[in-house]
Write a protein that binds this ligand. Structure first.
Ligand code: SAM
Length: 298
């Protein structure tokens, strides 16, 4: 389907409620899969409004389930909505929605962790990175167990301008559920920047951030220390913090983007000087130390 310039207004015809769909197709939430459904269409409309104007947009919805958010997206006059759902129980209910919105809803029974969205929409939607964002949006309400690895993958895709970001600076509107039983959802809208705030490779930034946050309640020097082998830990952590001009007694949550930028820049220099440093993993070192101790005892 080609991107059309003409504005289209569309409303779904009257349909059974989401609650009725759940009953009709016996779609009880599987708690082990952290399934938790949004039933109130006023709430799903509110979530979808956070994505901005979706008129004639191409939207990729991850994990549509019984289709609450799906309905709100279809009612926003999109050009096309592509949904990827892993659980086959939801496909017939989604098919019903597709029949009610002819030519607008494409259903894929698959896994968002492997689906290649970069091949799914027309090439003509592609924009230069520096241009305004393309009319392509990602929207989803996924459980934490899936949304966390997915968002990290997408952030890496942003840095490489591939995956969903092969179209340009594709916008994402995602809900994050705190706990399975909690009805409260936080909605986060992301638009990739034209220039990253930290000009270092994604993997390096990821390593620094991961290390800092593994001791989220402690002072930041505790997690940063784990970037260095035990034998040089004290000295190298001191250098890193001093050269980056970061107070060692700040807690991870108190660190700003500019703190992270300095830490990543200094850590990069230290890795350039010591080619083995980046590959260092403190978990592997402590595992080795433990097995050495074990051997000595035996
Ligand atoms: N979007 C619906 C809503 O808001 O009511 C359902 C939300 S429920 C928390 C998450 C949905 O994502 C479920 O339908 C689940 O089957 C689906 N899901 C979980 N992991 C998935 C994956 N890896 N790929 C595709 N869908 C997935």
């Amino acid at each position: 389907m080609a991107a059309s310039g003409a504005l289209s207004t569309f409303r779904l015809p009257p349909l059974p409620t989401i609650r009725e769909i759940i009953k009709l197709f016996r779609l009880q939430a599987v708690k082990q899969l952290s399934q938790n459904f949004l039933l109130d269409l006023r709430l799903t409309d509110k979530i979808v409004r956070k994505a901005g104007n979706l008129t004639n947009a191409y939207v990729y919805e991850v994990g549509p389930g019984p289709g609450g958010i799906t309905r709100s997206i279809l009612n926003a006059s999109v050009a096309e909505l592509l949904v990827v759902e892993k659980d086959s129980r939801f496909i017939p209910g989604l098919q019903m929605l597709s029949d009610a919105a002819p030519g607008k809803l494409r259903i894929v029974h698959g896994d968002v962790l492997t689906f290649k969205i970069e091949k799914a929409f027309p090439e003509s939607l592609k924009r230069q990175w520096e241009d305004d964002p393309p009319n392509v949006h990602i929207i989803g309400n996924l459980p934490f167990s899936v949304s966390t690895p997915l968002i990290i993958r997408w952030l890496e895709n942003v840095s490489q301008r591939d995956g969903p970001f092969a179209y340009g600076r594709t916008q994402m509107t995602l809900t994050f559920q705190k706990e399975v039983a909690e009805v409260d959802v936080g909605v986060v809208h992301f638009t990739p920047l034209t220039q990253p705030r930290i000009q270092q490779p994604f993997k390096l930034v990821e390593k620094v951030v991961q290390n800092v946050f593994q001791f989220r309640r402690k002072y930041c020097h505790r997690g940063l220390g784990m970037l260095f082998p035990e034998a040089q830990r004290l000295e190298s952590t001191g250098k890193l913090l001093q050269w980056a001009d970061v107070d060692p007694t700040l807690r991870p949550r108190q660190l700003t983007i500019s703190h992270f930028r300095s830490l990543c820049d200094v850590y990069r220099k230290m890795c350039d000087e010591d080619p083995n440093l980046f590959a260092y993993n403190f978990r592997e070192e402590s595992k080795k130390n433990k097995s050495k101790k074990q051997e000595k005892r035996e």
